[in-house]
Ligand binder design. Sequence first.
Ligand code: ZN
Length: 138
Amino acid sequence: MTHSERRAQKLGWWIAAGYRLGEEIDSVTVINLFSDLTSDEHNLSDTRFTSMWNVTAAGKLKESRLARGLMASDEPVYRPCKSGKKCLKFEKRRPAPARGTGAYCATTCGASDRARAKRALAVLPPTPESPRTALGAA
Ligand SMILES: [Zn+2]
C-alpha cells in the first residue's frame, strides 16, 4: 500500500465517519489535515494500518457524533403511522411513516384505525353493575 493510498483510505475513513466533503471538509488544507499520515502511520504494516482505520470504527464515530448532535442525520426523521402494528402498510416489523403532517400513513389507514377503536369499545365485557348482568342472562 503506497502512502497516497493510505492517505486516500484515511480521508475515506473520515467521510465514512460523517465528515462531509464540501461541509466539514471544504478545502485542500482540511483534506490534507484529515489525510495526513503521522510518522507512525508511514511505518505501520498494511494490516495494522487497515485495522486502525477500519469502517466499523468510522461507523462508531459517526453514531457518537449523531448522538451528541454534532451532525444532522442524513436520514429523514421517521414518524410512525398512528395505527402502529395494525397499520395497513405495516412492513419490515414497523408501520409505514405518517404522511405529511398527519398522524397516519394514509386516510384509509386512519379510517380503519378509528373503526377498530369503535369495535373495541363495543366488545368490552359488561361490568357487574350494567343492566344486562343485573337482569340475568338466563
Ligand atoms: Zn398506516
